[in-house]
Design a protein around this ligand. Structure first.
Ligand SMILES: Nc1nc2c(ncn2[C@@H]2O[C@H](COP(=O)(O)OP(=O)(O)OP(=O)(O)O)[C@@H](O)[C@H]2O)c(=O)[nH]1
Ligand SMILES: [Mg+2]
Length: 470
């Protein structure tokens, strides 16, 4: 259980108004929790006065209360208007842990806005973005990794990212971190007890066993860190730049991967002048796909500006798909041209296109991982995507991970790993004080992952990712 009072004290980093509101966990808060454009809008009210406020703005065949909690009842706003449904869900078995009331009215911005205004005039405060989930966190309904997973669910761009967030919400990551932390807390207690009662021959655990236990925690931490790449790619996506000479089929590939005609395609070299960026989901990998102006020496001012942009996005790319023309009379020149423009420092896939018009029986070795396709005939795409997937994950990747850490979790786990070898060393040399200090730092870093020892900046960062009403 994460104690509210402790967290109120640490919650001091958020900009003034927002911070003041967040710190106030007594107010009853309200917001429209649904996005615009839907058929139904939900006004969510959370806090000690949720029931009283609901009954003061809404009237149905029955009055809401404990006796009919969780029952959706048809009624009307007392101020008039269309029939609306309302439900009361008493805490602590609610999303926030507080009493919650919800009014489900017609979609469209006005109807929900009017209903919200009535709730606010009756005494509720407008909720800050993420404040409902923040309350769930301080009421011990979820730890910080689960709160983060709520935001991950909202921003998930692929089925695999969604599955990962769902597993995290169910507590899989929290349990793994807690398991490591609890193990270290036990070892720390042992070290502190040795410090406090050095003369007493208590039933100490053998120092070799303690060191072995630290090694075990280190192994578990390393195992979690192995999921860093998956975690970061699935949450943040990956920047993939399609580059190459003019007219090789870059924009055609962009359109094919997107499944719609985003970029203009013509047979005139130099068609694409600017970089085009679009989100795509390729083999379950969230990808920011960037089509670029074809790179060549001579061009007009506008084209040259486009080419400079191409070079800039190549520098920032995580993967570059460099396209080459397989129908060229001299494919060797294509390959030589590629090495002129591209260094070996990043993940590069050499992609021969237009194999339907190949004039030679084979293609030269580019020195990079290569694939060959014909966009026109839609052939070779599966092998290209196999290579793409292997380039992203480092191995063929059929299933999503059970647990995958984010960059925030990973940097804290790195801190843990830094402390543990020294802790083990100090335990073996019976330097209990220093061992305890290393262990304390490790335990503290693990607590920052789950929120037990989270500082204001972490909380601000996490909850500012939420939208209003969540
Ligand atoms: N035969 C053949 N033609 C293709 C293939 N892929 C693309 N093309 C054609 O090649 C031409 C150029 O395609 P784009 O996709 O515009 O090429 P690009 O690399 O974006 O060109 P720029 O924007 O000028 O740099 C168009 O006429 C396409 O229809 C292919 O696999 N086979
Ligand atoms: Mg183009």
């Amino acid at each position: 259980m994460y104690c509210a009072s402790k967290l109120l004290i640490i919650y001091l980093g958020i900009n003034d108004n927002r911070r003041r509101n967040f710190m106030n966990t007594v107010d009853t808060i309200a917001a429209i929790s649904t996005g615009t454009g839907g058929a139904i809008s939900i006004i969510r009210i959370s806090g000690g006065k949720a029931l009283e406020l609901l009954n003061s703005v809404w009237k149905g065949r029955e009055t809401h209360g404990k006796h009919n909690s969780r029952k959706m009842i048809l009624g009307k706003m007392i101020s008039g208007g269309e029939p609306v449904l309302a439900v009361y869900m008493p805490g602590p078995n609610s999303y926030t842990g507080d009493d919650i009331a919800e009014i489900h009215c017609h979609g469209g911005s006005l109807s929900a806005k009017n209903a919200l205004e009535k709730v606010l005039s009756a005494g509720a405060r407008s909720a800050e973005p993420g404040e409902f989930t923040y309350r769930a966190f301080i009421n011990g309904k979820m730890d910080l990794t689960q709160a983060e997973a709520v935001a991950d669910i909202i921003s998930a761009h692929s089925e695999m990212a969604l599955r990962l967030a769902e597993k995290q919400i169910s507590g899989l990551l929290k349990n793994s971190v807690d398991e490591i932390r609890n193990g270290l807390v036990n070892i720390l207690a042992e070290c502190e007890s040795r410090m406090d009662f050095p003369e007493e021959n208590l039933d100490w655990t053998d120092k070799n066993t303690l060191s072995e236990m630290i090694r075990d925690s280190r192994g578990k931490t390393e195992k979690l860190l192995l999921s860093r790449k998956e975690g970061i790619v699935l949450r943040e996506g990956i920047r993939v730049v399609i580059a190459g000479k003019p007219n090789v089929g870059k924009s055609s590939l962009m359109n094919l991967l997107l499944g719609f005609d985003r970029a203009i395609v013509t047979k005139i070299p130099g068609t694409t002048r600017d970089t085009l960026e679009e989100f795509a989901n390729i083999r379950n990998i969230p990808v920011r796909l960037i089509d670029t102006a074809g790179i060549r020496e001579a061009g007009d001012i506008i084209e040259n500006m486009g080419i400079n942009r191409s070079r800039a996005v190549i520098r920032e790319a995580q993967i570059v798909v460099w396209m080459l023309d397989a129908s060229s009379e001299n494919p060797e020149d294509e390959s030589a041209d590629m090495t002129k423009h591209i260094g070996n420092e990043k993940n590069i896939i050499a992609l021969w296109n237009k194999i339907d018009m190949m004039k030679n029986s084979s293609l030269p070795d580019t020195g990079f991982t290569s694939a060959s396709i014909s966009i026109k005939n839609n052939s070779g795409m599966d092998s290209f995507l196999d290579i793409f997937e292997k380039t992203v994950w480092g191995y063929p990747h059929a299933q999503g991970p059970e647990v995958a850490v984010s960059s925030r979790h990973a940097s804290l786990l790195d801190e843990v790993l830094k402390e543990l070898p020294e802790a083990a060393e100090k335990v073996l040399s019976e330097d209990w004080e220093l061992a305890a200090s290393n262990l304390r730092s490790a335990v503290n870093a693990l607590g920052k992952i789950t929120g037990q020892t989270a500082d204001p900046d972490i909380l601000e960062n996490i909850f500012s990712r939420f939208c209003i009403g969540k």
